[in-house]
Design a binder for this molecule. Structure first.
Ligand SMILES: C[S@@+](CC[C@H](N)C(=O)[O-])C[C@H]1O[C@@H](n2cnc3c(N)ncnc32)[C@H](O)[C@@H]1O
Length: 218
């Protein structure tokens, strides 16, 4: 009887130890140079120290912010943070509980500036002080279609909880609330998906074609 063997597949990502003469660029991390860089960063940041990457991102962050209510330890918050990093949001605001479920962020929160607000009014007051309109994203009564809305250049996009949606207190502080068109049978989509659509709408309106776009994945 033939024996079954498991095919060996190379699943390593990233790059191995630095192969050439030792570089003296202070942005590079000696540990990563010595042992390889397996992080999920674009190729331009291979071997860079975390602080050097954040400092570089800070020079070109977009002017939109992302905020999400956190009253139920929603595991989707991590996914929203990861997308905020992909689209280079200026800051992420967590509203409600200080602790949030980081699993879905896949450590991208380390590359973001994350600010906490105890409740929607605290976020609303912060946005007023910063001169930023608070734009809610939910499909409740009174919402207007995102597809027809001219998103402001600098703004805060505020998302609700997976279970309850945008709270009344948060909605009351929003300049407008935007709905994303749906065509199926469910009342709403996953908040992580909704956040990605809204952020990409901002990118299409304000950013596309202006920056070199990071493309390499691992
Ligand atoms: C799963 S929804 C829950 C609440 C929703 N209002 C309902 O009645 O089912 C959670 C969050 O995802 C976002 N979301 C989901 N579907 C959306 C849509 N079609 N338009 C805008 N936001 C949406 C909103 O931020 C919302 O607060």
């Amino acid at each position: 009887m033939p024996t079954q063997t498991t095919p060996q597949v190379d699943v390593s990502v990233g790059v191995g130890p630095w192969p050439g003469p030792w570089p003296d660029d202070p942005r590079l991390d000696p540990e990563l140079l010595a042992h390889g860089d397996r992080r999920n960063v674009v190729d331009a940041y291979r071997y860079w120290r975390l602080e050097a990457i954040v400092a570089d991102l800070d020079t070109r962050r977009h002017p939109f912010h992302v905020a999400i209510e956190n009253f139920e330890h929603d595991f989707n918050i991590g996914s929203v943070v990861r997308t905020a990093n992909a689209f280079l949001a200026r800051e992420v605001h967590v509203v409600g509980r200080r602790r949030w479920n980081r699993r879905g962020a896949m450590v991208t929160d380390r590359y973001q500036h994350v600010r906490h607000h105890p409740d929607p009014d605290a976020l609303g007051d912060w946005a007023v002080d910063a001169g930023l309109p608070l734009i809610g994203v939910d499909n409740g009564p009174g919402s207007v279609p995102l597809e027809e809305y001219d998103l402001p250049h600098a703004c805060v996009l505020l998302f609700g909880q997976e279970g309850t949606g945008l709270s009344a207190a948060a909605t009351a502080r929003c300049a407008d609330v935007l709905s994303i068109a749906q065509f199926g049978s469910t009342r709403s989509m996953n908040v992580g998906a909704a956040a990605a659509i809204a952020m990409h709408a901002w990118v299409r309106r304000h950013s596309f074609g202006q920056w070199p776009v990071a493309t390499a994945g691992t």
